[in-house]
Design a protein around this ligand. Sequence first.
Ligand code: UD1
Ligand code: M6R
Length: 371
Amino acid sequence: NKGNYEHYMQKEIHEQPQSLKTTMRGRLIRGGSCKAKTVLLGGLKDHLKTIRRSRRILFIGCGTSYNAALAARPILEELSGIPVTMEIASDLLDRRGPIYREDTAVFVSQSGETADTLLALEYALENGALCVGITNTVGSAIARRTHCGVHINAGCEIGVASTKAYTSQIVVMAMLALAIGSDTISSQERREAIIDGLIELPNKIREVLKLDQKMKKLAQELMAEQSLLVFGRGYNYATALEGALKVKEVALMHSEGMLAGEMKHGPLALVDENLPIVVIATRDACFSKQQSVIQQLHARRGRLIVMCSEGDATVVCPGDNCRAIEVPLVEDCLQPVVNIVPLQLLAYHLTVLRGFNVDQPRNLAKSVTTQ
Ligand code: UD1
Ligand code: M6R
């Protein structure tokens, strides 16, 4: 049932304040004034000690689920102090990469049925790793085969392009980081700030959704383009990859997400006055580095669209033909949840304007159950 919406993707984008609330329901415990705020993940509480003792955490997934894990990687590393490595499921299988008993392997999948992810799970089980699932589908193959896990509870996702599952996955992995780090006194304040940020997040998403018409106008400007680049770094490297994936998968426009730190190592050669480039430059520890990326692109007459924190448009935009997308500022590790929303809206409007099938892009299936 699409309700008042024309497409499931549109409905699922606009549902995110609600789906995020459901994801967090019963899992954030806000004590009285003297009691600390904590996270409770029922599916993991008996396994946290084992996870804390592991030598390495591997995130394994495909497509959007991989991108969500990439967005959560920095906060997991920060709060756990455990090395976190990223694996695209098919690539892990191609390499038969080493996995050990001392590893915790986290399998991220909306459907819980993706063949590559499921085969990587069988492989990790054979090698004796603790296998944790993060999935949206109760009773799915991945939920059943993992030793333990967390349901993201985002509600059924129908559009082939994953939207609300992405934001809920990031929130669950941020909660995973909080749970693993909960025995560390030195990070207590940081953890409480993140929990406060999580509680406020649905309201911030409601705010950022107000950019809908603005993103439609931007889509009108970009609809005839051949290509769109997206530069991000730090917490928002994943936002760049995921924004570009949305644009290519539904709007059928070539789009590439790139690590801004790699710009000078090749991509800069593409820059001219025609190619539109989105730069994500919301406030965090990487902000000044992104400002210099913007300056360098501007010096080469790049056609800039800058995503920045509210009130920063005049700070980040170097010239008159630079477009700014202002988004609410949240705790740095939660910023990717906010920042992806305008790009989801952009991909959606581009698709409608270009006349393509929004909910079932050509050649794609919602759940990829073959290798
Ligand atoms: C559970 C109930 C929820 C109830 C809540 C009350 C289910 C599915 N969930 O939620 O309805 O409101 O208790 O306390 O009945 N698991 C895996 N792999 C996965 C995902 C989950 O093994 O990929 C396992 C978990 O380890 C856990 C179980 O499935 O044993 C349920 O997980 P989850 O729904 O996340 O647990 P709760 O949030 O505690
Ligand atoms: O169900 P899963 O999360 O395992 O699916 C993984 C990918 O197939 C999926 O995220 C795909 O990339 C989406 N169509 C992206 O929108």
